[in-house]
Design a binder for this molecule. Structure first.
Ligand code: ADP
Ligand code: ZN
Length: 433
């Protein structure tokens, strides 16, 4: 099902035209209404007249999370506060929170974006959606909430936490879709299993998972554990919230709603634009937002773009799975390590649960790299040789994928704390010295 066929399946030439018109308009808007952008453009010696089409985007300055922090709270608003009808703040995964203001129109284009996602997952007004992302300043809860209402579906505004009740209501109300982080989905799956309620008694068919990186192996794990199809949803507070893009039924890349959020990929070192297909840092310009438009916002998320038409018929560009944020990358003994690589290995091995922690420290000037992973109850054993054997298998596999030997610690079932929202799995204690 396609919510907005004209836009989602628009031919590329028309899309470029539409983007160009909108880009020009937003540049004019911020130039005249946000001193921060005007000053940056003046420093670069450009005016809105220099922007004729999307080809000119590379003339514009970048915006970073630091810029949002420096202008905290309302310095980047491009409308009077009387036009701002809602505020959200990022969850602060990577430091001090930032705040974003939305006009009525901004909220409407955001829920339109989420509506497109819900249709892409095959949901409609007939369906009940349990929203288990946190409600509040975090965009997850209210973002999905407004989207479900937009398509006329029934929303269960659960928010996160209260896991027993989540299961009970999901069961009693017959929720067809569940929206939460992939890590919380794992916890819910485990709790459903423990509850003893047969899986057939649930109506759940669709998972709407995002807000944190997750691997293809994690998808398989969740799909099997819950008997559902697990779809990606992507977004970030600075740009709107969840629903900047999503997967379709082909699960072959995340479509981005580029008539609102114009994406680019740049080399994070040289800041030069990269051609389609190459992996780099994702950058967005919001070309329809009024309240707090973002010009070339550097997301730090690493991915690549594919402009080929998808089997679903949509022409909307697809991004590959996010490998992580550039600031998630650990450099351990000189080797680049992404937590997603560790996750992928752990989930390949059937003896382990999809729960893990990564600890990095510096001991006697050498980086120490420890991976803690939980063994499944049926593989847990008091026999030291069995545990040693498991440890060797996972260590060897991690070593061959990452190129670095971790110290693996196998921990008892259920000993790693479960996450209700965005999982915190990496503890780099080197920065604390
Ligand atoms: P914070 O930066 O504090 O975590 P946000 O809630 O705005 O605040 O999080 C947005 C970030 O979450 C994105 O930039 C990205 O790193 C991550 N993210 C969101 N959705 C996904 C997804 N589907 N896959 C991978 N990462 C995601
Ligand atoms: Zn598609």
């Amino acid at each position: 099902m396609i919510w907005n066929e004209t836009i989602e399946c628009m031919n590329r030439k028309d899309m470029r035209k539409l983007q160009s018109i909108r880009l020009k308009k937003v540049v004019e808007h911020v130039y005249h209404n946000t001193p921060f952008y005007r000053k940056k453009m003046q420093e670069m010696g450009i005016t809105p007249d220099d922007i004729e089409s999307v080809e000119d985007i590379s003339k514009l300055p970048f915006t970073t999370k630091q810029d949002l922090r420096d202008n905290y709270p309302f310095g980047l608003m491009a409308v009077p506060m009387s036009e701002v009808v809602r505020l959200h703040a990022s969850s602060g995964t990577t430091g001090k929170p930032i705040v974003v203001g939305y006009t009525r129109k901004d909220l409407s284009l955001w829920s339109e974006s989420v509506a497109r996602c819900l249709y892409a997952y095959g949901l409609s007004k007939e369906d009940i959606v349990q929203v288990s992302y946190g409600y509040g300043l975090f965009t997850g809860g209210l973002g999905l909430h407004d989207g479900v209402q937009k398509i006329g579906g029934t929303v269960i505004p659960m928010s996160s936490g209260n896991t027993q009740k989540q299961i009970q209501l999901m069961h009693d109300f017959g929720a067809k879709a569940l929206a939460c982080t992939p890590s919380y989905a794992l916890f819910l799956a485990e709790t459903i299993k423990d509850s003893g309620i047969p899986r057939e008694e649930f109506q759940l068919k669709v998972g709407i998972f995002g807000a944190e990186p997750w691997t293809e192996n994690m998808r398989k794990e969740i799909e099997e554990a819950m008997g559902i199809k697990a779809y990606d949803i992507y977004g970030l507070t600075e740009i709107a919230g969840p629903g900047v893009g999503c997967e379709c039924e082909y699960q072959d890349g995340t479509h981005l709603w580029e008539d609102h959020f114009l994406p680019e990929i740049i080399d994070p070192e040289t800041l030069e634009p990269l051609p389609a297909g190459q992996q780099g840092e994702l950058v967005f310009t919001t070309i329809t937002k009024e309240g707090m438009p973002m010009i070339r916002y550097r997301t730090r998320d690493l991915t690549s773009l594919n402009y080929e038409t998808c089997c679903c018929g949509r022409t909307a560009v697809r991004m590959s799975r996010i490998m992580g944020r550039s600031d998630d990358m650990l450099i351990i003994r000189g080797v680049n390590v992404f937590p997603s690589q560790v996750e992928s290995v752990i989930l390949e091995l059937p003896e382990f649960e999809p729960h893990y922690l990564i600890f990095v420290d510096r001991i006697n000037n050498v980086d120490a790299f420890q991976v803690q992973v939980e063994v499944k109850p049926e593989f847990y054993s008091d026999e030291i040789t069995k545990i040693l054997d498991l440890k060797k298998r996972i260590t060897d596999r991690l070593q061959s994928v990452i190129g670095l030997q971790p110290d693996v610690k196998i921990v008892e079932p259920r000993s790693i704390e479960r996450s209700l929202g965005k999982a915190k799995r990496v503890f780099d204690n080197r920065k604390l010295v």
